[in-house]
Design a binder for this molecule. Structure first.
Ligand SMILES: O=C1O[C@H](COP(=O)(O)O)[C@@H](O)[C@H](O)[C@H]1O
Length: 259
């Protein structure tokens, strides 16, 4: 019998009155995903971004429902700078979240640029770390993250996947590198679309009026193919947008959908 191809689910948009309300609801959402994953498999696999996102996870700090020892955290992208550099996504996530919660350090899979100079070797090494977590345990062609947390830049980029870049058409590799990021720093490592689009859940977080124009382009005109619009996990995977009123101000429809 021929396989039935189900089209990707349309994005679910949660539009909150303020970023503080968003923070609270995002923590609830992450903890529900955590429970679901741990109940099913005993672990919670997560990929996390830098930029404005880590601060939005502050609702998890001090939350007794977080089972930190069950988290396996990877980076959705990383800038090729030392891990203690102000531009490092790992450094930012550590400052905003990981230094404030009891997560075992071995559960955080940093991309340590001090170990390898060559970017191809560095991305290969990260892909191997992912294979160690996913392919050996789940026998998967592509990893199925329980949750991927993404931001979106004012040009519509997400991870280190930028408009018009050749990496937008990567179909095979799990991890890729670039040396020509239009946003500094130029050298970066990023998860690819095959990984984003096999996740169980992908959450974009966009807040503030600075994101209003690009959010309306990404959500109201997905055919334009901006990087964030291309995140469409295969069924039954689901994309969620967590936005505040300021970011959602230019959307054609602004659903006030709470959790
Ligand atoms: O360079 C990056 O930018 C994006 C978006 O950042 P934001 O500050 O506009 O939220 C971020 O998601 C990514 O991890 C980072 O490397």
């Amino acid at each position: 019998m021929a396989a039935v191809h189900h089209p990707p689910n349309p994005p679910v948009i949660h539009n909150f009155a303020s970023s503080d309300v968003l923070v609270e609801n995002l923590a609830t959402f992450v903890l529900r995903a955590q429970k679901d994953a741990i109940d099913k498999k005993g672990r919670f696999t997560l990929a996390i971004s830098g930029g404005s996102l880590p601060k939005m996870l502050r609702g998890l700090i001090g939350n007794p429902a977080s089972k930190w020892d069950k988290w396996q955290v990877f980076y959705a992208d990383e800038r090729v700078v030392p891990l203690d550099h102000p531009d490092s996504n790992h450094n930012l996530c550590t400052q905003e979240l990981f230094s404030k919660v009891p997560i075992p350090s071995e559960n955080i899979h940093a991309i340590d640029v001090s170990l390898l100079d060559d970017l191809e070797e560095l991305s290969d090494a990260y892909e191997k770390a992912l294979i160690g977590e996913f392919a050996q345990k789940d026998a998967a062609r592509f990893p199925v993250f329980d949750l991927i947390l993404l931001g979106m830049g004012p040009d519509g980029h997400t991870c280190s996947l930028f408009p018009g870049h050749e990496l937008l058409s990567e179909e095979d590799r799990w991890v890729a590198y670039l040396e020509d990021s239009p946003k500094p720093p130029p050298k970066r490592i990023t998860l690819t679309y095959p990984v984003l689009n096999h996740a169980a859940r992908v959450v974009f977080v966009a807040t503030g009026e600075g994101k209003a124009d690009i959010l309306s382009q990404v959500l109201d005109n997905p055919e334009a193919g901006l990087p964030a619009s291309r995140v469409k996990p295969v069924y039954p995977g689901q994309v969620f947008w967590f936005i505040d009123a300021a970011a959602g101000a230019k959307l054609k429809e602004t659903p006030a959908q709470n959790l």
